[in-house]
Design a protein around this ligand. Structure first.
Ligand code: PGA
Length: 258
């Protein structure tokens, strides 16, 4: 069986009970026959609502962060075990907004990935360079450093994670990496994973950063782009469904197995 593409929506700090209801119902109805996996990563207070709304559909539930701690005196944190109780299968870890605004380090991100895996939650580990780093020719170095920390801590479990390459300069800016730029970094990441595990081909490498209905197909056609992490466009059902349709239609690379 070929590896299915994976499309994850990152709602960020958006939504309301009313808006979520309409969005999730439309997505559930529109994904009945799709040939890819679809996840919605929702704000923590809405997990219960979306868990109920998505029931019976193909949609999977995701969180946008997870605590590195298992339980205890950590005010404001949400543990992986709590996420599991609401049927959460995925958690975004190390999004650039958390690295930037919440001081998350490579080491913390790696530990969060480990905590998630230990509780049966698949971490979607985000890596990506800033514009200054790209212009300084440091893209490869930066993403490899971010990835190395995760590989170091997660060892033989590394093939169970999902990775999202999200160039910081492309997030929410409308400026997308070209398919070639994205593929170049994805190939680097695949190589790095291959040095750590015999199962690097199994790992879903998502692209994120202004992915939309118009550019999704060309990005998803790249050999090492196995899906997308979608912010703004995941809040509008027609847009997100078009991205899902593109992922569904794009032929998986030959020889890949799930
Ligand atoms: P964007 O966000 O699609 O709005 O650029 C992607 C992300 O931050 O995950």
């Amino acid at each position: 069986m070929s590896k299915k593409k994976l499309i994850a929506g990152n709602w960020k700090m958006n939504g309301s009970l009313e808006a979520n209801d309409a969005l999730v119902r439309a997505l559930a109805a529109g994904t009945k026959d799709v040939a890819c996996d679809v996840v919605v990563c929702v704000p923590a207070p809405y997990l219960a609502q979306v868990q109920m709304l998505k029931s019976g559909s193909r949609l999977e539930l995701g969180a946008q962060d997870v605590s590195v701690h298992s339980n205890g005196a950590y005010t404001g944190e949400v543990s992986a075990a709590m996420l599991r109780e609401f049927g959460v299968r995925y958690a975004i870890v190390g999004h650039s907004e958390r690295r930037q605004y919440h001081g998350e380090t490579d080491a913390l991100v790696a530990e969060k990935a480990r905590t998630a895996l230990a509780h049966g939650v698949t971490p979607i580990v985000c890596v990506g360079e800033t514009l200054a780093e790209r212009e300084a020719g440091q893209t490869g170095e930066v993403v490899k450093r971010q990835m190395a920390a995760v590989i170091h801590v997660n060892g033989h479990c590394i093939s169970e994670i999902v990775v999202a390459y999200e160039p910081v300069w492309a997030i929410g800016t409308g400026q997308t990496a070209s398919p070639e730029q994205a593929q170049q970094v994805h190939a680097l990441l695949r190589q790095q994973l291959a040095a750590a595990t015999a199962h690097a081909e199994r790992v879903h490498l998502l692209y994120g950063g202004s992915m939309n209905a118009a550019n999704a197909a060309s990005l998803l056609a790249q050999p090492d782009i196995d899906g997308g992490l979608v912010g703004g466009a995941s809040l509008k059902a027609p847009d997100f469904l078009q991205i899902i349709a593109a992922a569904s239609a794009s032929a998986p690379a030959a020889g890949r197995t799930n």
